[in-house]
Design a protein around this ligand. Structure first.
Ligand code: HEM
Length: 131
């Protein structure tokens, strides 16, 4: 029996994209603060960043598939990123529909889920595989 050294690049990719997602979600809250305070132009930036976030979470989904294979990591981050993608897509929809009563708690939930996932990705250590 021999042990195979696990690939490290898939978890590195997941970490980078999870951190970028978290920064974009934090930026959304900051931009929301800006336009609530009366700076109307921040709403356009909030809208653009929200649409880019849909693409970032899609890329995170691809990275979690690569973490599973060939990275030999766990499968559940694929499910988590699919759920996160749906949450962000709904968030964009209810943002344009101006349903602020749902939009703010969903934004806070997206932030909590992303923050938890960043924490997990930074503490995850790929295990050696026995062939
Ligand atoms: C987490 C990711 C988020 C996404 C993807 C997102 C997306 C959007 C989008 C696309 C709009 C519509 C913009 C437009 O009409 O041009 C919007 C509006 C808005 N968002 Fe967000 N948002 C997010 C987070 C947040 C957070 C955290 C807050 C507040 C703490 C917030 C507060 C608002 C408010 C107050 C509006 C304006 C609603 C209105 O015009 O009446 N958003 N959002």
């Amino acid at each position: 029996m021999s042990t195979i050294q696990p690939r490290r690049w898939p978890i590195a990719l997941v970490r980078v994209l999870a951190i970028v997602t978290l920064l974009q979600v934090l930026l959304q809250a900051a931009l929301a603060g800006g336009f609530i305070s009366g700076h109307v132009g921040y709403l356009t930036a909030h809208s653009v960043n929200g649409s880019v976030l849909v693409l970032t979470v899609m890329a995170l989904g691809v990275a979690t598939v690569l973490l599973f294979r060939p990275g030999r990591g766990p499968w559940w981050p694929i499910l988590l990123s699919a759920v996160l993608w749906w949450m962000v897509a709904i968030q964009v929809g209810i943002g344009f529909a101006r349903l602020v009563g749902f939009h703010i708690p969903l934004g806070a939930s997206i932030l909590a889920l992303t923050g938890g996932f960043v924490w997990w990705s930074l503490s995850y250590r790929p295990r050696r595989v026995t062939a």
